[in-house]
Ligand binder design. Structure first.
Ligand SMILES: Cc1cc2nc3c(=O)[nH]c(=O)nc-3n(C[C@H](O)[C@H](O)[C@H](O)COP(=O)(O)O)c2cc1C
Length: 214
């Protein structure tokens, strides 16, 4: 199949991109509105995109429908300039999915989901106590492209539960974290339990040595 997107329906483009750009990590974002009410919602248009300084990007679509109403998370980030990315593993997957419900703003999703929070180190937005790790972020900028808001955030503090970090504090025990990823848009996820394998990185010098042997 080949498809010129100029002639494609939005729904088809979404399904194809979500199926092909997968698995995706899930940013379970906590954010505060101007009145101090806490919100939590998941976003899989998410990754780290820079290291010096450390930058993450999150794609937040506007709410469906004719107007240009931003989702609560995007509105909150714009008004406070802060958010926390909470990492999602198998243990919190169902609760994460529950927080994707498009509740009206007066409904307190964290209360219904019985989600407890812990204070952050630097930002005012609390982190989720049940998450295995959290990244405190400050908004660097938000790009508005069509019906998307693309938030670039600088990571200013990292929290990892002790059982998921090695004694040096440098390496995540990824095989024990049991992170999940999102696949296509139909409620499909992938587990990372017993899924690791290694491909050693080859340098140019290694490659030269190998090719001389041939
Ligand atoms: C696993 C998962 C990933 C999602 N990823 C995104 C995403 O990348 N961008 C987006 O706009 N919505 C995404 N959603 C939908 C939002 O979570 C949903 O619209 C939510 O109600 C937004 O909440 P808010 O209005 O409180 O910010 C995702 C939902 C799930 C379950």
């Amino acid at each position: 199949m080949q498809l010129n997107l100029a002639n494609a329906e939005r729904k088809q483009i979404y399904s194809l991109l979500c199926g092909l750009i997968a698995p995706r990590p899930i940013a379970w974002i906590t954010s505060l509105n101007a009145a101090g009410q806490l919100d939590a919602a998941p976003f899989s248009a998410f990754n780290y995109v820079g290291m010096d300084p450390p930058i993450v990007a999150v794609g937040i679509a506007n709410k469906p429908g004719p107007g240009t109403m931003a989702k609560q998370t995007a509105q909150n980030i714009r008004s406070t300039g802060e958010f926390v990315v909470n990492v999602v593993n198998e243990a919190v997957a169902e609760t994460m999915n529950f927080t994707a419900i498009d509740f009206p703003p007066e409904i307190k999703v964290l209360k219904i989901a019985a989600l407890k929070t812990e204070p952050s180190l630097i930002v005012k937005v609390p982190r989720l106590a049940a998450a295995p790790a959290s990244l405190e972020c400050r908004e660097v900028m938000t790009l508005e492209i069509g019906r998307n808001r693309i938030v670039l955030g600088q990571v200013v503090a990292i929290h990892v539960k002790d059982e998921f970090i090695d004694p040096t504090g440098h390496y995540i025990r990824a095989e024990e974290l049991h992170a999940i990823g999102r696949m296509n848009g139909l409620g499909a996820y992938v587990k990372t339990r017993d899924a690791f394998y290694q491909i050693p990185r080859v340098t140019y010098a290694d490659w030269q040595l190998e090719s001389q042997k041939k």
